[in-house]
Design a protein. Structure first.
Ligand SMILES: Nc1nc2c(ncn2[C@@H]2O[C@H](COP(=O)(O)OP(=O)(O)OP(=O)(O)O)[C@@H](O)[C@H]2O)c(=O)[nH]1
Ligand SMILES: [Mg+2]
Length: 357
């Protein structure tokens, strides 16, 4: 599962990607579509629940869940591979430029996050419309040539998509049946991908809620469009300081640590993932799984033997554990369940798998 960091030329994609993943790809004041090497990095999903479990179990190691991000070249530039990168990813962080900097070229003359979001979405609609139209004509040809009637449901779906796109509807905001959703996820349509918008704000705008509300307001009636504000340049500088200096610097700017962690957590959620935990003296660990899977499949994420030889699992909801602070007390209160293989894992379950191979 991977998230592509996308956006227009010089919006600060590489800067935001670097902050999220701790990588050090050069951010340049010119557009570097041709120079660009794709890069993939990992961000930890900081989770106070893991910190709490760590404080109780005092293990040798604590491990957060993580999210994979990919830096991409600018969208809609000649020879950019960004659209292909999007197709190969599961969700998008769309970086839009909110900072002023005369030395940095920008796609549009004015620095205007609202209009950049709109223009990126419009281009995505067009890109999908092209794919959908091509698909329809190819299906028509196949039906004509070999009478492949089994393609008719697909044709029907694609005609629905065409109508929606022509009305200006992004596919991620439309309702589809489970069956349609399944079919659609195979087609890599870009406006179908979940999106988190990061406005790369100017340092002068830090804490300027009027400015932020002005932007949020424009999109407030849109489903599935979450917008966060991150001052990319400043966050980058902070990353390079040691922790005391960083704390001081952040205080000066009125920044809280949570900005980046919020982006990472929301990105994790975009992927439709939840976490469950394992605890012990060796390690306290968060594991990520798709929402809605059974405990037996989830056990396979830890190790294939646990899935194959699955017998039962002891399951404790995190909140119940937190109430007592130790497992024996939770058990005593009857708040630990013994679950069979069909149990659907909930976010925050503390799990101990009994297995036999
Ligand atoms: N003042 C200011 N400059 C920034 C900020 N974020 C990025 N920049 C500068 O803008 C330029 C472009 O930043 P990048 O992170 O390379 O942008 P990009 O979107 O990856 O650019 P391309 O990949 O070339 O499209 C660099 O010179 C950055 O230093 C910001 O928040 N404030
Ligand atoms: Mg870049």
């Amino acid at each position: 599962m991977k998230i592509a960091v996308v956006g227009l030329t010089n919006s600060g994609k590489t800067t935001i990607y670097n902050i999220l993943t701790g990588m050090k790809i050069e951010a340049t004041p010119y557009s570097d579509v041709s120079l660009h090497k794709k890069s993939v990095g990992i961000a930890k999903v900081i989770d106070s629940r893991i910190d709490y479990l760590d404080s109780i179990y005092d293990p040798k190691k604590k491990t957060y869940a993580d999210v994979e991000f990919m830096d991409t070249p600018a969208l809609f530039e000649k020879s950019s591979t960004a659209l292909q990168d999007i197709k190969n990813s599961d969700a998008l962080v769309l970086v839009v430029r909110g900072f002023e900097n005369d030395e940095v070229l920008s796609t549009n003359a004015a620095i205007d996050p609202v209009s950049d979001i709109n223009s990126v979405e419009a281009e995505m609609l067009l890109a999908d419309l092209m794919v959908v139209e091509n698909r329809i004509s190819r299906i028509d040809e196949q039906i004509k040539k070999s009478g492949r009637k089994e393609l008719l449901p697909e044709k029907k779906l694609f005609e629905k998509l065409k109508a929606l796109l022509e009305e200006g509807k992004l596919l991620r905001e439309c309702d589809f049946s489970d069956e349609e959703n399944k079919l659609l996820s195979g087609f890599q349509l870009v406006s179908f991908k979940p999106v988190l918008v990061v406005v790369n704000t100017d340092e002068n705008r830090i804490g300027d809620t009027e400015y932020e509300d002005g932007i949020l307001d424009v999109f407030k009636n849109r489903s599935n469009l979450d917008i966060v504000f991150i001052p990319g340049d400043i966050e980058m500088e902070i990353k390079e300081l040691d922790s005391d200096d960083a704390a001081e610097f952040m205080k000066d700017y009125g920044l809280t640590e949570s900005g980046l962690d919020t982006v990472i957590r929301k990105s994790f959620e975009l992927l439709g993932l939840i976490c469950f935990f394992t605890v012990g003296k060796d390690e306290v660990r968060s594991w990520s799984i798709p929402k809605g899977i059974t405990i037996q499949s989830a056990a396979g994420v830890i190790h294939s033997d646990l899935e194959k030889g699955f017998i039962r699992a002891e399951v404790t909801g995190y909140m119940n554990f937190h109430k007592f602070g130790n497992m024996p007390a939770v058990k005593e209160a009857g708040l630990q369940q013994l679950e069979g293989k069909e149990y659907i894992v909930r976010d925050g379950d503390i799990v101990n798998v009994r297995f036999n191979v």
